[in-house]
Design a protein around this ligand. Structure first.
Ligand code: GLA
Length: 390
């Protein structure tokens, strides 16, 4: 089992500040040459937020071909694949060396990437990989800087369907958008093979990444595994609702259900908020050891339906009192999440009319019960009530 636990890269924060400063100066004084590349012929965006699994929070760099296969097989036998989780993403830790011709090779724990991709595809999964914009990855392994198009071609040759493009170890931070543009253009050469491009660049990427046909952009530093941090990220994401859904998705980071120190109620709250936020649902834990309650949360069909709703709208916070009330427009009604941040249960009288919603009944997703509205609702400590109007 991995030893390194949740962490944030201070370099990300530093980068955000520097890039925000540069962008602000550009806005005020005008920039001589815009650093952005517009990807003129983008692939059609994935119609819904991506769903899948990533090796990062469960294993960090302690990964191998065998482990990835085992996790994918677990997703098939535990019902996650059937519930919609389709990407199997190898995060940092697979990279070996770059050869004299500039080609990137995996380390010895991944003897044949193409064969691994073929195996995942044969099980009905899509294959995801990680690389860094800088010379090195966040964990110090070889990055794609200077080899963007060559690495994109290598990934395509391996059958990769998803690239997580992380930002670490880049000397000139302000070049990040143009490097993202290079990677995006190179990945989108083969129109028959759509590749999801996911970036971790904390410099208001929602402002520029959609122009580069990026499909998801991280909106906050890495999760720390705490409830407070998870809420802080969700609050930040709530303010970005207008940027979600056209080309790509705000990415609040991965689902920690089964990983880290969150309680079951806190896990339900994360799944609820990520569903409301139309966030990519990327589970990041050891799937072999999920218990049945954790699995129930991850595979709940109603929660996933709210996340994948065809209206592709992101929720906003519409009321804050003893609880927070979130509202999301769905193709066939409304989803409402009532979040209790307190360490003790609270009771709240919920009247949908207060939110401009006409409904006399709703389905409560976690208790699987129909509720007559208005209703006096008790919300568990750090828990939530997740309603879908009927
Ligand atoms: C950064 C990313 C994480 C993970 C690690 C890998 O911290 O934000 O999601 O990919 O790098 O080193």
């Amino acid at each position: 089992m991995a030893t390194r636990q949740f962490f944030s890269h201070p370099r990300h924060t530093l980068l955000s500040l520097r890039l925000i400063l540069i962008l602000s100066v550009c806005l005020l004084l005008g920039c001589p040459t815009p650093g952005f590349v517009t990807v003129t012929d983008p692939m059609p965006p994935p119609p819904r937020p991506a769903m899948g699994w990533s090796s990062w929070y469960g294993f960090q760099t302690h990964i191998s071909d065998q482990l990835i296969r085992q996790q994918a097989e677990a997703m098939l036998s535990n019902g996650m694949r059937q519930a919609g989780y389709e990407y199997v993403n190898i995060d940092d830790g697979w990279q070996g060396y770059r050869d004299a011709h500039g080609f990137l090779h995996p380390n010895s724990s991944f003897p044949d990437m193409k064969a691994l991709g073929d195996y995942l595809h044969s099980l009905g999964f899509k294959f995801g990989i990680y690389t860094s914009i800088g010379k090195k990855s966040c964990d110090g392994l070889v990055g794609s800087f200077g080899h963007e198009a060559q690495d994109a071609q290598t990934f395509i040759d391996w059958g990769v369907d998803f690239v997580k493009y992380d930002l670490c170890n880049l000397d000139a931070w302000e070049t990040a958008p143009s490097l993202v543009g290079k990677m995006s253009t190179a990945l989108r050469k083969n129109e028959k093979h759509p590749v999801v491009l996911s970036i971790v660049v904390l410099s208001e990427p929602w402002q520029w990444a959609p122009r580069l046909a990026v499909n998801m952009w991280r909106i906050a530093p890495d999760e720390t595994g705490s409830y407070r941090n998870m809420l802080r990220i969700a609050d930040a994401d709530a303010r970005l609702a207008s940027f979600a859904g056209n080309v790509g998705w705000n990415d609040p980071d991965m689902l920690l259900v089964g990983a880290g120190g969150l309680t079951l109620d806190e896990n339900r709250t994360q799944m609820t908020l990520w569903a409301m936020l139309a966030a990519p649902l990327i589970s990041s834990t050891d799937l072999v050891h999920l218990n049945s309650s954790q699995l129930e949360i991850l595979t709940d069909a109603h929660a996933i339906t709210v996340n994948q709703d065809p209206e592709v709208k992101q929720a906003t916070i519409v009321k804050q009192s003893v609880v927070d009330v979130w509202r999301k427009r769905l193709a066939d009604g409304w989803a409402i999440a009532i979040i209790n941040r307190k360490k003790e249960p609270v009771t709240y009288v919920f009247d949908p009319n207060d939110l401009g919603i006409q409904a006399s009944e709703a389905y409560e997703i976690w208790t699987k019960q129909t509720v007559t509205l208005p209703s006096s609702i008790t919300v568990a400590a750090h828990g939530c009530v997740f309603l879908k109007t009927l």
